[in-house]
Design a binder for this molecule. Structure first.
Ligand code: NI
Length: 186
């Protein structure tokens, strides 16, 4: 496995529509393993193949372990994922993106989705996800279509920057957004 470099927001490859995966085999498995390793190394909870410069429809996700959610604490690899059902109920949540470091925003997403996909070995899978995992799937599937979370933001106050704290720097007031449980980037 290897850590791949992550593309940043001005890279035109992040704006292209990724192509369906047609070839299953060791190269695809190696790419998925690299994406999982890259996501974990960057402290992310999701990563889409275009973010590592591969314009194929593949995403990985892993939301932090939470006792109330049996889908948390697990690695997901979804090939050619498609949202086949989504709740009409939308919820607001804070998102970040490994391709847009230090920026966060409030984005409305469906509270739950049903995603149809293939496993890395080409086996059909269907997952009903809610909450944070549903949000991550929606964010990553957007990446496969060249869409970034900032595209969903309509009010300037819903997007802000949080620079990492310098070593030894004193914390004054907690940022207004700190109370909103800032999401790990995806
Ligand atoms: Ni992202």
């Amino acid at each position: 496995m290897a850590i791949r470099s992550i593309l940043y927001a001005d890279d035109p490859r992040l704006r292209q529509k990724a192509k369906p995966v047609r070839q299953f085999g060791p190269a695809l498995k190696a790419l998925a393993d690299d994406m999982l390793e890259t996501m974990h190394a960057a402290n992310g909870i999701g990563l889409a193949a275009p973010q590592v410069g591969v314009l194929q429809r593949l995403l990985v996700a892993h939301v932090p372990k939470n006792e109330n959610d049996s889908q948390s604490g697990k690695d997901f690899v979804l090939v050619n994922p498609q949202i086949v059902q989504a709740s009409s109920e939308k919820v607001e949540g804070v998102e970040g993106c490994l391709s847009i470091p230090t920026w966060y925003g409030r984005v409305l997403r469906s509270e739950w989705v049903v995603v149809k996909a293939l496993s890395v070995y080409g086996k059909p899978i269907r997952i009903r996800a809610h909450g944070l995992l549903a949000r991550v799937f929606q964010h990553e599937i957007d990446h496969l279509n060249g869409i970034l979370f900032v595209d969903h933001i309509t009010k300037p106050e819903d997007l802000w920057q949080e620079l990492p704290q310098e070593e030894g720097e004193e914390v004054e007031e907690p940022a207004a957004s700190a109370a909103e449980a800032v999401a790990q980037p995806v």
